[in-house]
Every structure is written in structure tokens, then in C-alpha cells.
Design a protein around this ligand. Structure first.
Ligand code: NAD
Length: 293
């Protein structure tokens, strides 16, 4: 059954996600503040609203895909009065757990179902509709959102109550940030010891050093032809986004009292790499920074 869906935030991720919903036959109306994003959406054939109010007025579901927590709180504050009573609100942005819970509370107060549903899979996954959604919210909200999310992704996991999706995303990406630095350090050490990249890869990828940062995003060119290292570290997953996520992990650790010494150190390393101009490169390019130290 065709639904009326508003999609707010038509950036690198939001536009391809919205287009997949439209391609599946839903009546999607997009909204974005930025002229560039609006022009790209128009060119791609996505109907646009001039104001947020127009986009969401009769929408049965509103999906937001925005940069950070303050943007989500800003937009959801407006949605609480602009969206139709009974609408389903889904935030797919990556934000801090506190902002996610605050957004859920605003939706509940306005009588709306809500879900935090951050994604992994990047722009390639957004285009191919192969994203993983990590969801937090009630069973009712999850059931209502699942058929819509299934048109944009292939794994949809209900992680728990409000904020649990963001918690899962933050914990996963902290593992990823730490493991990429670990893999990159091993290649730098191997270079110093005269061990070839391929030899280290052949051993570690079939031994206890095996991990996604090695076998999918290998930070040196050669062993994994599709990894960003083979295209001069063009992202992929930009180092600036990794730094953002490690910042969210650190905030969450500070707020909850969890000891995450490696997560903290990984953030410092990505901060230094970003300050040295690496923020726009793939996060695996951190190996170049480690070589220079
Ligand atoms: P982006 O900056 O390309 O897009 C965000 C869009 O939101 C922009 O077009 C911006 O104009 C718009 N926006 C900001 N405030 C708005 C408002 N008040 N009303 C309407 N539109 C507004 O970012 P992105 O790469 O699409 O990422 C979106 C989110 O997804 C982020 O939270 C990011 O951390 C997360 N994420 C990104 C990736 C990735 O690979 N790019 C992967 C996983 C998760």
C-alpha cells in the first residue's frame, strides 16, 4: 500500500534513501534547507516542499537524516506541532543517545510513534538499499517502521528501547575506529620489519588478527582490491565522520561512567589526523598519519 512519506535532510545519505522509497511506489516529499541538496533532489526527480510544514502536514511517516543531535532536536521540536497526530517519526541520523531520547520524549508527548534508526553501510549502501538499521523504540514503532526501512536496507535490528539504536551504532563504530588503527599499526610495523603487505594480509586475514578493517577496508593497496586504499583513500567512510562517532562514544562513556581508554586514544589519533588535513579522506588513510609519527 502506497504511503505518504516526508523525508527531511537530503544530503549524501538522505537523497538516495528517499529515492529508494519513491522507487518502491510511495508518495515521498523531500525537504532540505540547503540549496545544493534541493537542486540535487530536483534533478533526481524527488518532489520537494518549500517549507517543512508543507512536507509533513499529511505525511503518515516522517524520516529525518540530519548531521547531528542539535539538528534533530530542532526539526523534531517543529514536527511535534507540524506533523499529523498519529504520524510515525523515524530518525536515521547518527546522534548522541541523550538527544535521541529527548526526541523520543517529544514525539511521545505529541502522541506520535518514534524510532531512532541510525544506519551503517555508507552512501553505497544508501544507493543500493543495503543499509543496516539499528533501531531503538517501542515494539509498536518498530513494527510500523519495518516495512518502510526494508525498502532502504537489508538488515533491520531492534536493539531495544528509545536510544538503543544510537547506543549500538556508537559502540560498533568505536570498535571500528580502534580496529582500523590496530590494523594500520600492524602494517606500519610490518613495513619496518621488511614483511610484505601481502604476507601480513595472508596470515592475519586467516588468523586471530582477522577483522573487517583488515578484510574489507584493508588500509594498504593490493590485498583487498575494493578497499579505499586502492583509490587513493577516497571515501568510503570519511575520517571526519569517524571522528564524529568517536566523539559520540566518548560523550557516552563520560556520561555513563564506562572506561574506554582505547576509544579515547582512537579519538585523539583521528583528531590529530583531521587537524593535519585528513578529515576528507577515508578513515583507513589514518595509516599515512601513523607512518609519519
Ligand atoms: P550531509 O551533510 O550530506 O546531509 C545532511 C543534510 O541535512 C544536508 O543536506 C543539510 O542541508 C540538511 N539539513 C541540516 N539541517 C536541516 C534542517 N533543519 N532542515 C532540513 N535539512 C537540514 O550528511 P550525510 O552524509 O547525509 O549524513 C547524515 C547522517 O547520517 C549523519 O548523522 C551521519 O553521521 C550519518 N551517517 C553518514 C554516513 C555516510 O557515509 N555519509 C554513514 C552512516 C551514517
Amino acid at each position: 500500500m502506497s504511503m505518504r512519506i516526508a523525508f527531511v535532510g537530503l544530503g549524501n545519505m538522505g537523497l538516495p534513501m528517499a529515492l529508494n522509497l519513491k522507487a518502491a511506489g510511495h508518495r515521498v516529499v523531500g525537504f532540505d534547507l540547503a540549496g545544493g541538496a534541493r537542486a540535487a533532489a530536483q534533478q533526481a526527480g524527488l518532489p520537494l516542499a518549500a517549507e517543512l510544514a508543507d512536507a509533513v502536514a499529511d505525511a503518515q511517516a516522517v524520516i529525518t537524516m540530519l548531521p547531528a543531535g542539535r539538528h534533530v532536536i530542532g526539526v523534531w521540536t517543529e514536527l511535534a506541532s507540524l506533523a499529523a497526530p498519529g504520524a510515525l517519526l523515524v530518525d536515521c541520523s547518527t546522534v548522541d543517545v541523550d538527544s535521541a531520547r529527548e526526541a523520543h520524549a517529544m514525539a511521545a508527548a505529541a502522541g506520535m510513534l518514534s524510532l531512532d534508526a541510525p544506519v551503517s553501510g555508507g552512501t553505497v549502501g544508501a544507493e543500493a538499499a543495503t543499509l543496516t538499521f539499528m533501531c531503538g523504540g517501542s515494539d509498536e514503532a518498530f513494527s510500523a517502521a519495518q516495512p518502510v526501512l526494508a525498502l532502504m536496507g537489508k538488515r533491520i535490528v531492534h536493539c531495544g528501547a528509545a536510544g538503543a539504536g544510537q547506543a549500538a551504532k556508537i559502540c560498533n563504530n568505536m570498535i571500528l575506529g580502534i580496529s582500523m588503527i590496530g590494523v594500520a599499526e600492524a602494517f606500519v610495523l610490518a613495513e619496518k620489519l621488511g614483511l610484505s603487505h601481502q604476507a601480513l594480509f595472508d596470515v592475519a586475514s586467516t588468523s586471530s588478527g582477522q577483522c573487517w578493517s583488515l578484510t574489507t577496508y584493508c588500509p594498504v593497496p593490493g590485498p583487498v582490491p575494493g578497499s579505499p586504499a586502492n583509490r587513493d583513500y577516497k571515501p568510503g567512510f570519511a575520517a571526519a565522520l569517524m571522528l564524529k562517532d568517536l566523539g559520540l562514544a566518548r560523550e557516552a562513556a563520560d556520561g555513563s561512567g564506562a572506561a574506554t581508554p582505547l576509544g579515547r586514544h582512537a579519538k585523539e589519533i583521528y583528531e590529530a589526523f583531521d587537524a593535519a588535513g585528513g578529515g576528507g579522506e577515508d578513515f583507513s588513510a589514518v595509516i599515512k598519519y601513523l607512518r609519519q609519527r
